[in-house]
Design a binder for this molecule. Structure first.
Ligand code: TNX
Length: 533
């Protein structure tokens, strides 16, 4: 048996050799067979599990006869996860998964998924995984945990698991005993689909990549000055006009109700909660251009395709604005199963402080009346917020006020989590107002000590926003998000004490071929001794 500390020593020894040999690789989307330069750490799972023991000699081989079975009582959700795993292991030719009867033991050399509600210590998202030469057993108290256990199985397998067509791929799992539960319940990513629009298929691809790293919240920034991206039945001009452009003047776009429902369903199948954001009272030019009654002078604004912030605002003294907000909240609330509605609230320059505070409080009433829990960016904290309203910290703001009243906070500190910041001074995409964020900068911080008056008990978790002023194509989004989204996932999931930069960068190095096999356009940070197979 080899445990994590031995792995770290091994990893540190090989890191310098590998770093020198690897240098800065060229972006590529297909794995290039060059000699492996970094010694393989004992495991390469990201985020690192809270407890993991590997026994490399007790290998379990997966072949064309390996069957996934569900222990009796697993039900629909467990069977769905078994089908997902079967597809991953063998594709359509693999033996179909089967649910065992109550008295039936798992057949030899099978991969068994079991739900066991008595394992309360595993919580909603934890799992236990045992692998030896005779078989695999994955146990969780809830389906979410089974899904995360499957992601761990996926990452214990060689990268060719991501490539069903890989010639003669040999799939084996190292012997393992893992017990794993997340540090935070909120492990989020945010996509700004307003500044530049990406379609539902691109969002679903992002969802799949989030799932690989056990992230569970996708916050969609659905409106901003440059575009309105979600169909609202009672306000068709929001999308017809407000969704018709984007930064730079391109065609923009929006999600129809059917397309949005498809995104929500896909996210649900990956145990990811969609968190919709309609940013207000600022960042509203697309709405102001679509409905004149939202403006104080009753005149619709021209569409906007630049990248300034803070210049727009709803006419907050008008009742028609609140009727509008109610229509929008009601419509979107019915389209998302989760209890959250994000009202933005950031970067307001055109209102007085009192106007702003009253606005936030009225919007909170509307959101609550529509059955949702409000989330807002840090600026909302000084308003009278309900204790279950959530404040999302992003820069020096007043999150501590909300903590003092017993409220919860999501951390998205710009200098650590903003995926739109450049990696270094040579990065062509992205912005730099929050600083340059190399991979290590994104890794080396502790959410519990980031803000002096915001202790870990007040944290729901962390989230990495990807603002899209400079991002046009999906490849651009991927380049800024990877590998930093995988970094954020480890910050969000793994216990602080299990996190270590040297060990992490070795594990991350082995995510390279996996991401390549998935066709992800990721940044080859010189801080990581990337391996290519
Ligand atoms: C700040 S973070 C913003 C966004 C920009 C982003 C660019 C926040 C709540 N507002 O409007 O897109 O910076 O990094």
């Amino acid at each position: 048996m080899v445990c994590e500390s031995a792995v770290r020593r091994l990893a540190m020894l090989s890191a310098c050799v590998a770093a020198a040999a690897c240098g800065r690789a060229r972006p590529t989307t297909t794995p290039v067979p060059t000699p492996v330069t970094a010694a393989r750490p004992i495991h390469t799972v990201v985020p690192v599990p809270s407890s993991i023991e590997i026994t490399p000699t007790d290998t379990f081989r997966i072949d064309t006869t390996t069957r996934v079975v569900v222990a009796a009582g697993g039900g629909f959700a467990a069977e769905g996860i078994a089908a997902y795993l079967t597809n991953l292991l063998g594709g359509p030719l693999a033996p179909a998964p089967r649910t065992l009867s109550a008295e039936e033991a798992a057949p030899p050399r099978s991969v068994q998924l079991a739900l066991d509600a008595s394992k309360t210590a595993l919580g909603l998202e934890g799992y236990e995984l045992v692998v030896n030469r005779d078989g695999v057993k994955l146990t969780a108290a809830q389906p979410n945990g089974l899904f995360y256990g499957v992601q761990t199985i996926r990452q214990l397998l060689p990268w060719s698991i991501e490539h069903r067509a890989a010639m003669n791929r040999r799939l084996w799992l190292p012997g393992a005993r893992i017990t794993d539960t997340p540090r935070f319940v909120w492990r989020g990513a945010m996509l700004d689909v307003s500044r530049h629009f990406i379609d539902g298929e691109a969002v679903k691809r992002y969802i799949d990549l989030m799932a690989l790293y056990k992230l569970n919240r996708l916050h969609l920034h659905l409106s901003d000055d440059q575009g309105w991206r979600i169909e609202i039945a009672s306000r068709p001009n929001l999308t017809a006009h407000g969704g018709s452009t984007q930064v730079g003047g391109g065609a923009g776009g929006f999600y129809t109700k059917a397309q949005f429902a498809d995104i929500v369903a896909y996210a649900t199948s990956r145990f990811i909660t969609i968190v919709p954001e309609i940013d207000m009272p600022s960042h509203t030019n697309a709405a102001l251009a679509s409905y004149p009654e939202l403006n104080c002078d009753g005149v619709a604004k021209p569409l906007y395709t630049g990248t300034n912030v803070g210049f727009s605002a709803f006419c907050v003294e008008k009742d028609s604005v609140y009727a509008f907000i109610n229509d929008v909240v009601k419509d979107i609330a019915a389209q998302v199963p989760a209890p959250y509605f994000h009202m933005g609230g950031d970067e307001v320059e055109k209102l007085t402080h009192d106007q702003y505070i009253r606005f936030v409080e009225r919007v909170q009433e509307i959101i609550t009346a529509n059955g949702k829990q409000m989330i807002g960016w840090g600026e909302i904290a000084p308003a009278k917020l309900a204790p279950n309203t959530i404040v999302q910290h992003w820069r020096r703001d007043s999150a501590a006020i909300h903590v003092a009243r017993g409220g919860k906070v999501i951390l998205s500190p710009g200098p650590k989590t903003y995926l739109d910041m450049k990696y270094d001074s040579t990065t062509t995409l992205g912005l730099r107002w929050a600083g340059l964020i190399e991979v290590r900068d994104a890794y080396d911080w502790n959410p519990a000590t980031l803000l002096p008056e915001v202790p870990e008990t007040s944290l729901l978790g962390v989230e990495a926003p990807l603002w899209s002023e400079t991002l046009v194509k999906l490849e651009d989004y991927e380049f800024m998000a990877f590998p930093r989204l995988a970094v954020l996932a480890e910050v969000a999931w793994s216990p602080q004490g299990a996190r270590d930069w040297e060990a992490f960068r070795m594990r991350l190095a082995h995510q390279g071929p996996r991401l390549s096999a998935l066709g992800v356009n990721f940044y080859r940070s010189p801080q990581v001794p990337w391996v290519t197979r």
